[in-house]
Ligand binder design. Structure first.
Ligand code: SF4
Ligand code: SF4
Length: 117
């Protein structure tokens, strides 16, 4: 596997995944690590879990001060295990509330109207 030189030693594929699309100005340097902010467990619809758009997963715990943690992390479904952080995390994770993170997440994907925001 070829790695790109730099402090994070990202592969070219990882670098592409953490790079915002053209026309999107990144607001945060956070682009790689999952900080358990909870946005991806609340914003998207997850059919495998029967979770509607914009509604927090029933397994998403309360705010821990630094984010929201999954209550069933060790046995979480495959769809959750397969989820990979990307540049959107850098956009949502620094925001102060889960509501703000969900709103930003859905806006990025153009789903704010569908979610009734
Ligand atoms: S949106 Fe990104 S940073 Fe937030 S919990 Fe999900 S993977 Fe982690
Ligand atoms: S099961 Fe856990 S990881 Fe999966 S969406 Fe729910 S809270 Fe998130």
């Amino acid at each position: 596997m070829t790695r790109v030189a730099g402090p994070l030693h990202l592969t070219a594929q990882e670098t592409a995944r953490f790079t915002p699309p053209a026309g999107v100005a990144p607001r945060s340097p956070l682009t790689r690590d999952c900080t358990a902010c909870g946005a991806c467990c609340a914003a998207p619809d997850i059919h495998a879990l029967g979770k509607p758009l914009g509604v927090p997963c029933v397994n998403l715990g309360p705010d821990q001060g630094c984010g929201h943690l999954c209550a069933v992390y060790d046995t979480r479904p495959g769809v959750c295990r397969a989820y990979q952080p990307d540049w959107v995390c850098g956009e949502v994770a620094p925001l102060p509330t889960l509501e703000a993170r969900v709103r930003r997440f859905l806006t990025i994907y153009g789903l704010q109207d569908e979610a009734g925001l």
